[in-house]
Design a protein. Sequence first.
Length: 260
Amino acid sequence: MHSFFHRRSSPKTSQHSLLLFPDLSFASIQKVEYAMEAIGNAGTAIGILSKDGVVLVGEKIVTSKLLQTSTSTEKMYKIDDHVACAVAGIMSDANIVINTAWVQAQHYTYAYQKPMPVEQLVQSLCDTKQGYTQFGGLGLFDVSFLFAGWDKNYRFQLYMSDPNGNYGGWKAAAIGANNQAAQSILKQDYKDDITREEAVQLVLKVLSKTMDSTSLTSDKLELAEVSLSSVKVKYQVSSPESLSKLLVSFGLTQPVAEAS
């Protein structure tokens, strides 16, 4: 991880790092490597923390005019009213983790009559994922996450989580294919006082420069934002029409190659 992006470390983060490899068998280490390889072949997902929100963007790998239009999202998921995530990896594994997160968040709200703090939710999920590295008979969840949320403790937050249960708070982060190239651009262009509107432009710019496709169009990506509306946390996924307008306004629409 680039230290430039690490916003703060927690005791739990250090504990995860200490538990990561000391007693693992070769087979367990291989499981981690295989999981990271699967994630490296998934569509890129990028998150940016701004002073007035968090922006997530994800690259959709499979796009076809023959696919039926769906209102559901492929890369973005709402966990609770105050927290959402972007994923990169095996979607069946992602669904299990997301469902677990939803259940934990609802149990906390029912028990304490208030939303679960974002980092506490991430930490709880990572405890579970880290446990899977310790036993040979358990397969890892081949998926990485970017968690975006808001709570009264730390306000807007962005966390990145790996299959091995390691996590950290970041100002900007990328997972999936070409994540190193994306991190390099983010490190160069990110600024601490970035606004949400500027963050939207930056994530789209980074994705346009790092994705394998020759053109960036609205059907190849998903964009989500976590912000505050009055005193309520707002999670919004941009429509394809809105994305098309953004790409044009930022000068990021690339010509589509003619069919042969």
